[in-house]
Design a protein around this ligand. Structure first.
Ligand SMILES: *Cc1c(COP(=O)(O)O)cnc(C)c1O
Length: 450
């Protein structure tokens, strides 16, 4: 029995499902999740001594790779001086300044510890500012696990949502309206049906929690316009995309593109990269909106560990190292991996779509024309544009692909509905390892049966 299997048995006796976050349990791919012993750069080593290239990268935070020496040193230096002083420290100001400098569409940020807290607070703030209750979210977008955002679409368009989890009261999800992604007509219909009652639309800047599903060109701009003409706020959730897809997040990337730019959300949320692997998240907005938060305004929010100096040191150091060269390295690694995977799928005759925004991507399995996918990917393949389309893929192929990659020395996200994460540390040696593992994995995917 492997050491990981042994520890997983022990874990299941003291922790539900043996994990502290559900997707880690390998529920959708089967098998025993490896327990990590150490990780460095692009590589992760489990307690059985298996060393693999990591395409999870902490689920996004590790833009520079695992345990970058300067980030480790900042954590060491700070923690030796203080761990949790309970009052203000300069690092909090430095991190807020760094974020505001990169994202000129916001003036102030409030630091919290998780993305869940950031979006939960953003929604409370939007309600406090507008004096309205209803929220629109898109099916397949993930914004953390607060009650009102664990909502599933009801039967018709623009209807109030049903609970997406046991333990969430209908009284709470009835304040959320769930509509299909990339569907502005559905958003307009919801505003028409609930005139004067919608506080905000919350959207991932570019969705990446149902696999990657790019916003159609102009979608975010139109969405902002619909919100603003109806007196509602737009909450742009960049917890995953922020400072990963570009120096100013996915919002920043769209502003450089004339077919997409020219919009501002009212509230941003960030997480993942801004903590560099430690727990930091944030919400940010223009001053007149942020004024509503306590202690200045009437919208309450607080946190014992908010702006923790050790976590903030990891975040500030990560952002300062995330320069143009770092983004160019991640983008180039993404180009290469997409090309390698596509080439292997084509070689074995496995139909696919690549779902991609810059350095963030995933692959969907199946013949998109037959499955009714209505988008187009960079190879001219039909690709899914919303959750209903994404779910129609041949997801039974992914466990075979996943385990062949794992056996070939590549640590993949353990679900077909997760993005693949690269880092600036994914160098030629790491890409070589991926190239070596791919032929068998592509064959396993093509041979898989439902
Ligand atoms: C990860 C994520 C969250 C939740 O962040 P946690 O730190 O896991 O609570 C919220 N929104 C998006 C878009 C995410 O990817």
């Amino acid at each position: 029995m492997s050491a990981s299997a042994d520890w997983f048995d022990r874990a299941r006796k003291v922790t539900p499902g043996g994990v502290n976050s559900p997707v880690r349990a390998f529920g959708s791919v089967g098998g025993t999740p490896p327990f990590t012993h150490s990780a460095e750069g692009a590589w992760i080593t489990d307690i059985d001594g298996n060393r693999r290239v990591d395409l999870v990268c902490g689920w996004g935070p590790l833009l520079l790779g695992h345990s970058h020496p300067e980030v480790v040193e900042a954590v060491r230096e700070t923690s030796a001086r203080m761990m949790c002083p309970g009052g203000s420290t300069v690092g909090e100001v430095e991190l807020a300044e760094e974020i505001a400098k990169r994202v000129p569409a916001l003036d102030e940020v409030r630091l919290v510890s998780t993305g869940t807290e950031a979006t939960m607070t953003a929604i409370r703030l939007a309600r406090g500012v507008t004096g309205r209750n209803l929220i629109i979210k898109f099916a397949g977008c993930y914004h953390g696990h607060s009650d009102g955002l664990l909502a599933a679409a009801g039967s018709g368009l623009a209807t109030l949502a049903l609970p997406g989890s046991a333990g969430v009261p209908e009284a709470i999800t009835s304040q959320t309206i769930v509509v299909p992604y990339n569907d502005l007509e559905a958003v307009r219909a919801a505003f028409a049906e609930h005139e004067g009652q919608i506080a905000a639309v919350i959207t991932e800047a570019s969705p990446a929690n149902m696999g990657v599903v790019p916003p159609a060109a102009g979608f975010n701009r139109e969405l902002a316009e619909i919100c603003h003409s109806n007196g509602a706020l737009m909450i742009c959730d960049e917890v995953l995309t922020g400072f990963r897809t570009g120096p100013a997040g996915w919002w920043g990337r769209e502003q450089q593109d004339s077919t997409r730019g020219g919009w501002e959300p009212d509230i941003f949320t960030f997480g993942k990269v801004i903590g560099g692997g430690l727990p930091v998240a944030a919400l940010g907005a223009r001053r007149e909106i942020m004024e509503h938060l306590s202690p200045n305004g009437g919208v309450y929010q607080a946190g014992t560990l908010s702006g923790n100096p050790v976590a903030v040191a990891a975040g500030v150091t990560t952002l300062r190292l995330a320069d143009a060269a770092a983004y160019a390295a991640v983008d180039a690694a993404a180009d290469r991996v997409v090309e390698l995977v596509a080439t292997e799928f084509q070689r074995v005759g496995q139909p696919f779509a690549v779902q991609r925004v810059r350095n963030l991507f995933s692959f969907a399995f199946g013949d998109g024309a037959a499955l009714g996918w209505s988008g187009k990917d960079e190879f001219g393949n039909a690709s899914p544009i919303n959750e209903a389309e994404v779910k129609r893929q041949e997801s039974f192929r992914y466990p075979a692909f996943f385990h062949a990659m794992l056996d070939g020395g590549v640590n993949m996200p353990p679900s077909v509905f997760e993005a693949w994460f690269l880092s600036a540390a994914h160098d030629d040696a790491a890409l070589e390892q991926i190239a070596k593992a791919l032929p068998k994995a592509a064959e396993a995917a093509a041979a898989a049966t439902a």
